[in-house]
Design a protein around this ligand. Structure first.
Ligand code: DQA
Length: 146
């Protein structure tokens, strides 16, 4: 199954949004990087962004049903959304939580995640590389299984 990369609110603004915190790469730049890595491995990539919580709930359920691993940057919903927590738990989706910024080195309200307790793992603080690290972690684990 394809790798599903799901991005939450305000991540469509990457590139111009607080570049000192989030870097200058746009979401499209990140997509291009991941697409190249997936293509080299012959793995399909589904890359999506929404500012709406319900879209993310739908997409997590979809990935769970398909047995597709998920790389999830839920943006601010990370810190607020029991619905995303429940979607991951309820659908059985394997989720790697990612953040561009080191959420633990910022405001205290970013230190709590509703995603982390139901995530396979968490990668934060490496900018766009966080996504690449998550992808490689998924591939490495997949290869060790075989
Ligand atoms: C973020 C961190 C969140 O706290 C913030 O609300 C975001 C982006 C990150 O990638 O660093 O929107 O998920």
């Amino acid at each position: 199954p394809a790798v599903h990369v799901l991005n939450g609110p305000n991540l469509n603004l990457l590139g111009t949004r607080e570049p000192d915190v989030y870097g200058r790469a746009t979401l499209d730049d990140i997509k291009t990087r991941l697409a190249e890595i997936c293509a080299a491995r012959g793995i399909e990539l589904l890359f999506r962004q929404s500012n709406h919580e319900g879209d993310l709930v739908d997409w997590i359920q979809e990935a769970g049903k398909a047995g597709a691993p998920v790389i999830l940057n839920a943006g601010a919903f990370t810190h607020t959304s029991i619905a995303l927590h429940d979607a991951i738990k309820g659908s059985g989706a394997t989720v790697v939580e990612v953040h561009l910024s080191n959420v633990h080195a910022r405001e205290s309200f970013r230190r709590h995640s509703f995603i982390a307790p139901v995530a396979r793992g968490v990668i934060a603080g490496f900018g766009a590389d966080s996504y690449v690290l998550a992808l490689n972690a998924l591939f490495d684990r997949e290869e060790r299984k075989t």
